[in-house]
Design a protein around this ligand. Structure first.
Ligand code: ZN
Length: 124
């Protein structure tokens, strides 16, 4: 699976300067399908600030092992207000079995992931 109805292949790829966006993404189909369902549910254009991350991504190299983005199980969706963030998170937990979720008002995105270790949240 390379793209979905509203998200191009480029949007799923790593956007870091190390790989220069030349690493083909390895997103899990469930992540891609679920993200598209959020887009359908909100019925408004959405952009992904981060989806797949290569192993050289600056946010990943400092971790002892790669995070959910390197496993293809996470997306960061750009949001500009708390109401949209809450709608996305509520729908994703209730209907899409999201496990990890976090909202940064300061950075303007919602993180969602489908980790296999249960519900989890944190602050940015
Ligand atoms: Zn990269």
């Amino acid at each position: 699976m390379r793209s979905t109805a509203n998200f191009s292949e480029q949007e799923w790829n790593c956007k870091c300067g190390a790989c220069k966006m030349q690493v083909p993404h390895d997103m899990l189909p469930v992540t891609m399908r679920s993200t598209q369902m959020i887009r359908n549910y909100l019925n408004t254009p959405l952009s992904l600030t981060s989806a797949f991350r290569c192993k050289q991504h600056p946010n990943e190299v400092k971790k002892s092992k790669g995070g959910q983005h390197t496993l293809g199980t996470a997306v960061d969706i750009k949001v500009t207000n708390g109401a949209d963030a809450a709608k996305i998170i509520a729908y994703a937990i209730k209907s899409l079995d999201v496990q990890g979720w976090a909202y940064s008002k300061r950075l303007g995105f919602v993180h969602l992931d489908w980790r296999d270790t249960g519900l989890m949240t944190w602050e940015y």
